[in-house]
Design a protein around this ligand. Structure first.
Ligand SMILES: [Zn+2]
Length: 510
């Protein structure tokens, strides 16, 4: 990184300004970390000139749903290589703060999503931001407060309705985090212990969100058989609290539930028409990924991983867990793949479906799941083939949809979205398959998320805005990350500027 912002003139490119307006030819001048001019202007003699002929000049991409809470601090570059300059972390109920007296429980809760190891954790949003400030991060990082983390800070890994004084402490900690710069609250209502929160608890917290003018994002209670009930709860919550609502990774999970997708969109549109400030996000893949304990009824995780392992070792408890798992599971076993394990002994299972693993072990799939969790001390990640291409296309194109990665790191084979989301969208889905036009797709990863998440002065190519700029070749941009080989970096991203500094300059052949 250069010591101070440069003056740079980007010449002869095609501007996609992030607003969704049609692409247009033009130049762009960066000075003092800001966009100084667009269109035509006199190029200052000391400016570095970059010829952008045949390239698209866009605002730096914003990944509004990231789980790189720890990796942004270590300066990982997977997102930068995709043209991302801003990341919103703290999603789905998981943030690395506030860490109260239950530090061990916070790590036990979030390690599977954060790919965490060691003694991470921050007492406050301010201490997390100051760690970021002194780090090698290559992104501008914005953070949501995770409801699961907040709940653990106050009450540990309890799974019941909390007493009044605990709720009041959660409200206080949330308001404190907002005052320190957190941009919203996220819930993860399929993950213990956040899943045990009654709607009343969420209403109280969403009122704090509304009072501070922040955003509330939610990984809802269900995306399968009870998708519509889950959406109704969230809309009701937004109505009662007055908060702005963002539904995370909206989709209908499972073949039996494909029709629910259209009805889910209707629910969202109806709320929107009736004045609820609602929108949603989606990643551009039909498969999702998460921790394997998501397959279990979440009461089985009360008390954390050690309590879960004890239950799985008890035949009677195991039967109850299986009964709970089977009633909510919307996927086939053949649609669920192991993507990461903790021990070398099971490393050969990475990339195999649970159907195959069960056959290999001569077990029923449920027993394979339970035994694998015991052998791996709970640390298994999975990939899930969830939805149809038709529904995915519908969702990505919806005017209320922004497009995100939802990527996270694993000690194994990550979902290709971690390395490929943005080039996949612009290359495969826009250019090759014609699902969206470029101006719209770029709007959904720049101007729209900036507006939605309140990222001031970002997301548009407009004089005075922060000079986050991504330049790519629309003829060659492409993700090379596949489900089988997900760590391959994309091609076609040519230059990336963050806050006026050049962070990526690709060689001509890449
Ligand atoms: Zn989520």
């Amino acid at each position: 990184m250069s010591p101070r912002p440069q003056t740079t003139a980007l010449l002869n490119g095609t501007l996609a300004d992030g607003s969704g307006a049609a692409l247009r030819p033009g130049n762009l001048l960066i000075a003092d970390g800001r966009i100084a001019a667009t269109g035509s202007f006199e190029v200052p003699p000391h400016a570095e000139k970059i010829d952008c002929t045949e390239f698209i000049v866009a605002p730096g991409f914003i990944d509004a749903h990231s789980h790189s809470d720890l990796q942004v601090i270590s300066g990982r570059r997977e997102k930068l290589l995709q043209g991302v300059t801003s990341e919103v972390v703290g999603n789905c109920g998981f943030s690395p703060y506030p860490q109260g007296t239950h530090a061990e429980e916070l790590r036990d809760f979030a390690n599977g999503i954060f790919c965490g190891d060691g003694q991470w954790g921050w007492a406050t949003a301010a201490s997390y931001f100051s760690a970021l400030g002194g780090s090698r991060t290559v992104a501008s990082v914005f953070s949501l407060v995770g409801h699961g983390s907040l709940r653990i800070a106050v009450a540990g890994n309890r799974m019941d309705a909390l007493p009044q004084q605990d709720l009041a402490r959660m409200e206080g900690l949330l308001a404190e985090a907002f005052a320190q710069g957190a941009i919203g609250l996220s819930t993860g209502l399929m993950y213990a212990p956040g899943s045990s929160a009654p709607t009343g608890e969420l209403v109280r917290l969403c009122r704090v969100v509304a009072d501070h003018g922040k955003i509330y994002t939610t990984h809802m209670r269900d995306y399968g058989f009870r998708l519509l009930e889950a959406i109704d709860e969230q809309i009701e919550l937004a109505r009662r609290s007055g908060c702005r609502l963002q539904i995370s990774h909206l989709q209908a999970v499972g073949r039996a539930n494909r029709d629910l997708n259209r009805r889910a969109l209707e629910r969202v549109e109806e709320a929107h028409v009736h004045g609820v400030d609602i929108a949603f996000d989606c990643y551009p893949y039909i498969a999702g990924s998460t921790v394997m304990t998501q397959l279990l009824p979440q009461w089985a995780l009360e008390g954390g991983t050690s309590a879960l392992l004890a239950r799985l070792a008890d035949l009677e408890e195991r039967g109850r867990i299986e009964a709970g798992m089977i009633t909510t599971l919307a996927n086939e076993w053949s649609e669920l793949l192991v993507s990461a394990v903790a021990t070398p002994a099971n490393a050969h299972l990475v990339g195999k479906t649970l159907e195959d693993i069960a056959a290999l072990r001569r077990q029923r799939p449920a027993d394979a799941v339970f035994d694998l969790l015991i052998e791996e001390q709970g640390r298994v990640n999975i990939l899930e083939y969830n939805q149809s291409e038709e529904n995915l296309r519908l969702n990505l194109n919806h005017p209320l949809a922004i497009i995100i990665s939802d990527g996270f790191y694993v000690n194994g084979r990550p979902h290709p979205r971690l390395h490929g989301t943005f080039p996949e969208l612009l290359g495969n889905l826009c250019r090759d398959r014609g699902w969206l036009d470029l101006a719209t797709a770029i709007h959904k990863i720049t101007g729209l998320p900036a507006q939605r998440f309140g990222l001031a002065d970002r997301g548009l190519l407009q004089p005075g805005y922060v000079a986050d700029v991504t330049i790519f070749d629309p003829r060659t941009i492409r993700s090379r990350a596949t489900y089988e080989d997900p760590a391959r970096s994309p091609v076609g991203i040519r230059y990336v500027f963050r806050e006026g500094r050049i962070l990526l300059r690709a060689s001509p052949e890449s």
